[in-house]
Design a protein. Structure first.
Length: 86
């Protein structure tokens, strides 16, 4: 046999208040999460801009192998110029 429980108005109101309280807490937490996500997105955008700038600056530079080749050419040119002046 199944017994049905009937609730008094005060009990129903108490349950509704508890449910509403829980919903308010969830809503507040959701608001904080959204704020934190916006903050994180702002930081990520800033980091992306920094990375893009760094990549651009690096692409403007020569690598070590190319630098060594250029340095050797300059040294050879200096030696030739000094030999012609002597």
């Amino acid at each position: 046999m199944s017994e049905e429980k009937t609730y008094k108005a005060g009990e129903v109101m108490s349950m509704l208040e508890q449910i509403n309280g829980g919903i308010e807490v969830i809503g507040e937490q959701h608001g904080e999460i959204v704020k934190n996500i916006k903050s994180i997105n702002g930081r990520l955008d800033s980091m992306q801009n920094d990375i893009t700038e760094i990549k651009h600056k690096l692409s403007e530079k020569v690598d070590r192998e190319e630098f060594n080749k250029l340095e050797n050419r300059v040294v050879k040119m200096e030696k030739l110029m000094l030999a012609k002046l002597a």
